[in-house]
Design a protein around this ligand. Structure first.
Ligand SMILES: *[C@@H]1O[C@H](CO)[C@@H](O)[C@H](O)[C@H]1NC(C)=O
Ligand SMILES: *[C@@H]1O[C@H](CO)[C@@H](O)[C@H](O)[C@H]1NC(C)=O
Ligand SMILES: *[C@@H]1O[C@H](CO)[C@@H](O)[C@H](O)[C@H]1NC(C)=O
Ligand SMILES: *[C@@H]1O[C@H](CO)[C@@H](O)[C@H](O)[C@H]1NC(C)=O
Ligand SMILES: *[C@@H]1O[C@H](CO)[C@@H](O)[C@H](O)[C@H]1NC(C)=O
Ligand SMILES: *[C@@H]1O[C@H](CO)[C@@H](O)[C@H](O)[C@H]1NC(C)=O
Ligand SMILES: *[C@@H]1O[C@H](CO)[C@@H](O)[C@H](O)[C@H]1NC(C)=O
Ligand SMILES: *[C@@H]1O[C@H](CO)[C@@H](O)[C@H](O)[C@H]1NC(C)=O
Ligand SMILES: *[C@@H]1O[C@H](CO)[C@@H](O)[C@H](O)[C@H]1NC(C)=O
Length: 661
């Protein structure tokens, strides 16, 4: 008997083990039925039988395929995307992808390739993207050029390549992206660059190579979409090397751990003979900054000087009339006037974000920038007691102003007369102080977006938002209302054009039934993260088809008369509320199940009460709310009384009848 039991146990154990081993190759995750599968990091050494033949998109990285050949993927002839990152592939045999006519992206990143057959990439009708990052390649001759006519991007980062010369037979005609980041390329010859002559509009990446020399004329009369020489120690080499070329975007930033030669006017000498639209010099140091430093920047349209340790830009820089966009983020200006904006009279976009010192706005520092459309002064420690008419003097075309994440800004009435065309104003996370009873925003006829989140506003000022006839989007998140309540008469009455209103995280306890009555264009109302009960829903009775977020409030029971208000909206978020799942809320629970298509975040919309249903999703609750025991008692007594009455009546009738016989 004992042995029988042991035997039985063994059988059970064995079959359990067996089940585990078979399920391990079923772990590929189906992302889209019959098409997209993820089999990452499963220790697989072959394509599992469970993948359907119709698989098109396969992520197969971190598995074990030391050699791949014509049989490895032969079943999956519909593949268009194949990711084989870090599969320890050493050998790619002849015709591995012969039947994969649709294959367009092949990722071989992180495989220590020893051998690739001449016909390795034969098969695909248009292989467009090939990733050979970190594959130990030291020469481009290693890549079999057959069948790469349609290649658009070739990624060769983190290898040991020292020469970029493509083999003569390499079909580069359609190449748009050629990425050589972090290789060992130190010299670019004319011959190297000539091998790219067939390309047009190429983006070429030499980031992290430290180019030490370029043969004169190597880039001559070529056109590039972008060139990246990030991390080059001596930029003068690059500027002289690029003579006579045309470049849309030139990225020359550097990194903290590289000790670079300081930039001076001599560095930029070569730029005078090059046509460049935008330059990024992020994190470099300038040695001497004079009015001649930018002598060769005359045709430049965008200049990014982020974190270039600048304390000022000299006055009298001449000829920068083409510059449209200037980025001066993360520098060390004391005052806005130190950028000497008059040097750049055509600017449309100016960014002075994340200044490392408290930035003083000064008076009229930008008044020569008549064409300025966008100004970003966020995260710059700005304090201004009476903003902004003097500070932003004469910016008639300014459309977007970002003053978010600053310290303290005070406003009088009509504080933005200097920029009447404003459409977007972001003041979030900046402590605002409005000293006049009238609106500081008065007469911003074009303002569409106003972000006042977390700005410590005095929300009792009913005129705060007066004079904004076109305001569509108002964010008041994180501002308090007196007693946690929005009264009938409030600051929203003046902004009837509002479509999006955010009042989340504002410690609200209630909203008056009439509070939103003048807002009839609204399509999106966010009241999440407050302490509202269902009574506040009444304030939305005149709105239809809106997105309504009531998540994370104090809503327990929703009475039947409010359900029609919810019914007329398009999407409702009721998650994270202490919802009641007893019979006292049965009308709402029934409504909920009938309107699931309107509700979002169903998984987080759960019962808080009764304790037995705590945490259960509302959609799973089954309640039967028949008549209660008390009701039954009443009914019984009622019927009893009626029957007694009836018996008496009959008795009476019969007696009466007999008496009259
Ligand atoms: C996936 O393929 C199976 C078998 O060919 C088929 O029954 C099913 O309808 C397909 N599913 C989809 C979503 O195409
Ligand atoms: C794979 O290649 C071998 C040898 O070249 C050949 O015999 C075989 O038919 C090929 N298999 C397929 C599925 O094409
Ligand atoms: C998948 O392809 C293989 C080889 O081409 C074939 O033998 C098999 O029958 C196919 N499976 C299905 C379900 O079509
Ligand atoms: C060059 O390529 C970029 C994208 O890489 C594209 O936006 C631009 O239109 C192209 N220019 C020309 C002249 O083909
Ligand atoms: C640039 O072009 C000019 C005129 O076409 C020519 O004289 C000069 O030698 C070229 N410079 C380089 C470095 O190719
Ligand atoms: C303003 O700047 C902040 C911080 O830099 C950013 O998060 C925000 O998106 C910007 N606002 C607008 C309207 O672009
Ligand atoms: C303020 O709101 C606008 C509009 O939604 C948004 O673009 C911007 O990023 C917000 N600002 C911050 C600091 O989040
Ligand atoms: C709002 O609710 C939170 C969490 O339930 C609570 O901590 C907070 O004290 C409430 N606030 C007010 C003003 O009642
Ligand atoms: C519902 O609202 C909560 C709180 O604002 C948010 O975290 C969640 O993402 C929302 N759900 C959806 C589906 O947007």
């Amino acid at each position: 008997m004992a042995s029988l039991v042991i035997c039985f146990f063994l059988v059970v154990l064995f079959s359990a083990c067996h089940e585990v081993s078979t399920s391990s190759d079923q772990l590929c995750i189906e992302k889209e039925a019959n098409k997209t599968y993820n089999c990452e990091n499963l220790g697989l050494s072959e394509i599992p039988d469970t993948l359907p033949n119709t698989t098109e998109f396969l992520e197969f990285s971190f598995n074990f395929l030391p050699t791949i050949q014509n049989t490895t993927f032969s079943r999956l002839i519909d593949l268009t995307f194949l990711d084989l990152t870090r599969c320890q592939i050493n050998w790619i045999h002849d015709d591995t992808f012969q039947s994969h006519h649709q294959l367009s992206t092949l990722i071989l990143t992180g495989n220590p390739l020893i051998f690739m057959a001449e016909t390795a990439f034969n098969g695909p009708k248009s292989l467009k993207h090939l990733f050979l990052i970190q594959t130990g390649i030291s020469s481009l001759e290693f890549i079999p050029p057959h069948n790469l006519e349609n290649l658009e991007s070739l990624h060769l980062g983190s290898n040991h390549i020292s020469s970029i010369k493509l083999p003569n037979d390499f079909p580069a005609g359609n190449l748009k992206v050629l990425d050589f980041q972090n290789n060992a390329i130190h010299y670019l010859s004319r011959e190297d660059m000539n091998s790219l002559k067939q390309t047009t509009n190429l983006s070429l990446n030499f980031n992290g190579n430290d180019i030490k020399g370029i043969e004169p004329g190597a880039f001559s009369s070529q056109f590039f979409q972008s060139l990246n020489f990030g991390g080059t120690r001596d930029l003068s080499v690059i500027f002289s090397g690029l003579r006579n070329s045309t470049i849309q975007s030139l990225w020359l930033g550097t990194f903290e751990d590289i000790d670079n030669q300081y930039l001076s006017s001599a560095t930029f000498q070569g730029l005078c003979d090059t046509s460049v639209e935008s330059i990024n010099l992020q994190k470099h140091h300038f040695s001497d900054f004079s009015s001649t430093t930018f002598r060769c920047f005359a045709q430049l349209q965008n200049l990014d000087l982020t974190a270039t340790h600048l304390q000022e830009l000299p006055s009298g820089i001449e000829g920068m009339n083409s510059l449209k966009k200037l980025v001066l983020n993360v520098n060390k200006f004391d005052q806005l006037c130190q950028i000497n904006a008059a040097n750049f009279p055509s600017l449309t976009h100016l960014y002075v974000k994340g200044n490392m010192k408290k930035l003083h706005l000064g008076t009229g520092c930008l008044e020569k920038l008549e064409n300025l459309q966008k100004l970003d002064l966020s995260h710059s420690g700005i304090e201004a007691s009476d903003c902004c008419n003097l500070q932003l003097k004469n910016l008639p075309h300014l459309q977007s102003l970002n003053l978010s994440y600053n310290e303290l800004i005070g406003f009088q009435r009509e504080a933005f007369q200097a920029c009447p065309q404003l459409e977007i104003l972001d003041l979030s996370f900046t402590h605002l102080h409005v000293s006049a009873p009238q609106s500081p925003f008065q007469n911003l006829h074009h303002l569409k977006i106003l972000n006042l989140s977390h700005s410590f506003l005095d929300t009792s000022n009913q005129l705060l938002l007066a004079g904004l006839p076109d305001l569509r989007h108002l964010n008041l998140q994180g501002n308090r209302f007196q007693d946690g309540s929005i009264p009938k008469n409030n600051l929203l009455q003046t902004v009837g054009s509002l479509e999006i209103l955010v009042l989340s995280s504002s410690d609200l306890l209630s909203i008056d039934q009439q509070a939103f009555h003048s807002l009839d264009k609204m399509s999106h109302v966010d009241l999440s993260h407050n302490n509202l009960t269902s009574n506040s829903i009444d304030a939305l009775s005149h709105l239809k088809g809106i997105y309504l977020n009531l998540a994370a409030n104090a809503i327990g029971i929703i009475s039947p008369h409010l359900l029609s208000i919810l019914s007329q909206q398009s999407t409702i978020n009721l998650s994270h509320n202490p919802l009641d799942c007893t019979c006292s809320n049965i009308h709402f629970l029934t409504w909920y199940k009938e309107n699931l298509q309107k509700l979002e975040d169903l998984e987080e919309t759960v019962c808080a009460n009764p304790p037995s249903l705590k945490g259960v999703q509302l959609s799973d609750v089954r309640l039967s709310c028949g008549i209660t025991p008390v009701g039954i008692l009443f009914l019984t007594v009622f019927f009893l009384l009626v029957s007694i009455l009836l018996i008496f009546a009959i008795k009476f009738f019969l007696r009466w009848k007999y008496q009259h016989i």
